[in-house]
Design a protein around this ligand. Sequence first.
Ligand code: HEM
Ligand SMILES: *[C@@H]1O[C@H](CO)[C@@H](O)[C@H](O)[C@H]1NC(C)=O
Ligand SMILES: *[C@@H]1O[C@H](CO)[C@@H](O)[C@H](O)[C@H]1NC(C)=O
Ligand SMILES: *[C@@H]1O[C@H](CO)[C@@H](O)[C@H](O)[C@H]1NC(C)=O
Length: 483
Amino acid sequence: MSLFSALYESRWLLVCATLVAYLVYKVWVYRRLSAFKGPFGSGWSELWHSATTISTDAHAKYKEACDKYGPIARVGPNDLVTCSVELLTHMSAARSPYSRSVWFARGTRTRPGEDHLFSETNENIHTRRRQQMAMGYSGKENLELEDTVDVYIKKLIQLIRTKYLSTPDSAQPFDFGQKAQYLAVDVINDVGLGAPLGDLDTDSDQFRYIETTEAGMKLGRLSVSLGLVFLLQSPWIARLFGSSGKDGLRFAWPLRHARARINERLRHDTEKRSDMLASFVRHGLTAEELVNESILQLVAGSDTTSTAIRSIFLYLLTHPCVYAALQAEIDAAVADGTAPPAPGIISETAARSLPYLQACIKEGMRVHAPAGSPFPKRVPDGGDTVVVDGKPVFLPGGTNVSVAMFALQLNKGIFGDDAQEFRPERWLLEKDEKKLAVMNRTHDLIFGYGKYQCLGKPIALMEINKAMFEVSSVIFSWVRAKD
Ligand code: HEM
Ligand SMILES: *[C@@H]1O[C@H](CO)[C@@H](O)[C@H](O)[C@H]1NC(C)=O
Ligand SMILES: *[C@@H]1O[C@H](CO)[C@@H](O)[C@H](O)[C@H]1NC(C)=O
Ligand SMILES: *[C@@H]1O[C@H](CO)[C@@H](O)[C@H](O)[C@H]1NC(C)=O
């Protein structure tokens, strides 16, 4: 009683003390990163950063921040973004003491409390899991990869030829972006689970898989921005939405599908095949771990790849000179036998030998990087000093450092004054070897770097190369038929 009344007596003192403590804390947080400038108020509150991550143009806002405030800009009390190649490669280097920030676990988990390679923030577990999975992704133990990709490229071409080729007496407009998604989803389901969904066969979003993963990503973005992840990842809510993989609503479907396919494969023919799943099993992944990883694969592997194919095409079709030059190269490749006659599909090796095609692919992925997420890394406890643009910079421990991918890929210092423009020739005409090497190194970061670098890169590039060559040929032959 007496304690109570004593507290009551001094209530104003307590309120003031709390307020002062709060202010001192705020000032301390502010001062930790005060060496870095950023948008108004971003050093004091999460408001700017939350509003930015909720919006669908965070990639553009991060770019603005770097353009305005330099290669390291402050976007939140504890958050920096960077477009420095030095810093980005330093953070993700093989033995770097940096780790993934909690963003990964919060934003990319597909099941409450359970991690996959991408959401894993524990470095030791991540390193071991990555070793177990690298072979399956690389193609060394995934011998069926190229044949599998060919099957679906053929289906895509077939679909366009039979259903969507315009003739002089009837126009057949169609949404190519959607067909690119069907391709990516069918390929990754076959490559990853040994079972396509049949999107290209049926010309539809089977099981509303694309709709579901898009909704899932939107939900993930919103809940991370609003700090509601604890809700989304509570087992109770998850059960309600079905993401726990038991029964329930739409989010359960991709998980159920993956689990069923994996169990089937483990019962029957894992020994006989040499695909990704077989490789993972050989390297010791259990059935449940495979389920965790498969969902990551399906999401990471379909949205990014189809975005790449879509944007390269968009830039190609809106740049007639580039289009004509590519057409000439493709015609020559068909004429001299570099590419097999239809319905054969060009080999990846042959596609990679076509310099202009390569330049178009590289440039399309540069002006619109397919993965624009922040992928924040955490500065090790005790902080770290890095040299950026010749100056040493101290980063306090625990700070999140995100990549400003669009600032990086559209950097005028690296790509020249027309960095914003789609000009494939920049990769072919650059005489300065040193400058070209820097351009290459920067471009490579589209797939991340070092210990976190995209494992799906060979798969993605194989799909993109073949799709770009073959779909372009179909469109060109159509244009000629019309003349
Ligand atoms: C154009 C297509 C793609 C782009 C631009 C892309 C981009 C990226 C980036 C930037 C990262 C690293 C994130 C970080 O720094 O933490 C990453 C990681 C990853 N990607 Fe991709 N990706 C693509 C396609 C794919 C495909 C097709 C697959 C699967 C078949 C895939 C699977 C993965 C996996 C498993 C990781 C995690 C690696 C790890 O945690 O060690 N990606 N990707
Ligand atoms: C940055 O770090 C803080 C503290 O660890 C964390 O609460 C915050 O959510 C992080 N931001 C992002 C974008 O991960
Ligand atoms: C995957 O799933 C299993 C079983 O549900 C779980 O114990 C594990 O923590 C998950 N994550 C990883 C990285 O294996
Ligand atoms: C840049 O990358 C291309 C392949 O994309 C390669 O052929 C070329 O040799 C590289 N140039 C330099 C200077 O690194």
